[in-house]
Design a protein around this ligand. Structure first.
Ligand code: ADP
Ligand code: MG
Length: 358
């Protein structure tokens, strides 16, 4: 990884006797887009608040560009912040709202107008600078909040569920807008969300949170294809988890023997040894359905019986009962269909399964 621009070094946060962030390490490179993803209450906002200086650190240190931040007041940290409900000042027009951080910093009057215009043009709202916030839609207001967080060219932009209040269509459009701004301006962005699709869409890396700890921090591809543990496998996307026993390990290639004695082969997390109990994580879309004796050679094959077929418009979800448990496969709408009760073989490539500790 590139040199660390922001470093969380064994950061712990206690509220009274309750520990909400525990011994957390995280390095973020300059220009990186990192999402903090996790269930409600897992400590994401608290981590952001400590970085912004709105909360103190109980133990450990936060370092920005080589400077230890503990004790540095918020206004000296030079960070842009956008929150889910970060209201604009209702009595100021859009241009004045965006000018506010510059006025606070004593920017020369002659510069302010030009910088406000540039920031508003960036979020495609230059033509609305005279309007009042109440005259803008929710999405437009959130874009103004974004412009306000960027206008003073902060070293870091922190966003805490900034799109949470928007409807799905607008949210998806703003995701692409922010992604584009990030690329164009080379910003360092830390983005909190509990929405896995949002994190997958936007991030260079995703830090998956649970109970105040990072379970895994890696690229969207890595966390989805190679989850570090069960929590990550279940939190990101949908997966089938099939219990078995490790009966062979050759580097990252693992053989897993299922309860019915069949053997499945897949890559897996390091640290598993022969004799260990383990789980095969198998994504529904990585599974093909075949006739009971038709699974192509070289694929893993699991026999089962079709229990249900659910039409979902662009794909079919097929529920199959197998000796290893109930498995959901997601197949293209045009794939062959089987009646309930039909015997089938589920096929998947070893590279499409992933074995983890239970
Ligand atoms: P997230 O953003 O992941 O939903 P938070 O960081 O907001 O989680 O909260 C983590 C935990 O810390 C929660 O259990 C929350 O109730 C608790 N918490 C947050 N802020 C405070 C506070 N000011 N005082 C006491 N507990 C708090
Ligand atoms: Mg939060």
């Amino acid at each position: 990884m590139a040199e660390s621009f922001i470093r969380f070094d064994k950061v712990t946060k206690d509220y009274g006797t309750v520990r909400v962030v525990e011994d957390l390490d995280l390095d973020i490179a300059r220009g990186e887009f990192v999402s903090l993803l996790g269930p409600s209450g897992s400590g994401k906002t608290t981590l952001l608040m400590m970085l912004a200086g709105f909360e103190t650190v109980t133990k450990g240190a936060i370092i920005l560009d080589g400077q230890r931040l503990n004790g540095v007041p918020t206004y000296k940290r030079d960070m842009g912040v956008v929150f889910q409900n970060y209201a604009l000042f209702p009595h100021m027009n859009i241009a004045r709202n965006v000018a506010f951080p510059l006025e606070m910093r004593g920017t020369a009057k002659s510069d302010i107008a030009a910088r406000v215009k540039r920031a508003l043009d960036m979020v495609q709202l230059g033509h609305l600078s005279d309007r009042m916030p109440g005259q803008l839609s929710g999405g437009q207001q959130q874009r103004v909040a974004l412009a306000r967080s960027l206008v003073f060219e902060p070293r870091v932009v922190l966003m805490d569920e900034p799109l949470g209040a928007l409807d799905k269509q607008l949210r998806e459009q703003m995701q692409l807008d922010i992604r584009e701004l990030h690329h164009r301006l080379g910003l360092t962005i830390i983005f909190v969300t509990h929405d896995q699709d949002e994190a997958l869409t936007m991030s260079d890396r995703i830090a998956v949170f649970d109970k105040g700890q990072i379970q895994q921090c890696a690229t969207p591809r890595q966390v989805y294809d190679h989850p570090a543990n069960r929590f990550v496998a279940e939190f990101i996307g949908e997966t089938n988890l099939l219990p078995g026993k490790v009966t062979g390990v050759d580097g990252s290639k693992i053989a897993l023997t299922m309860p019915d004695g069949s053997v499945l082969r897949a890559d897996g997390a390091t640290g598993l040894a022969v004799g260990d109990a383990a789980l095969l994580s198998l994504r529904p879309e990585r599974i093909d359905l075949h006739g009971p004796n038709d699974a192509p050679a070289g694929l893993n094959s699991l026999r089962g019986e079709v229990a249900d077929t659910i039409y979902q418009g662009d794909h079919l979800r097929i529920v199959v009962t197998t000796p290893a448990g109930r498995i959901i496969a997601r197949v293209p709408r045009k794939a062959a269909e089987w009646p309930n009760g039909a015997s089938v073989a589920l096929g998947f490539r070893p590279a499409d399964g992933w074995i983890i500790a239970p």
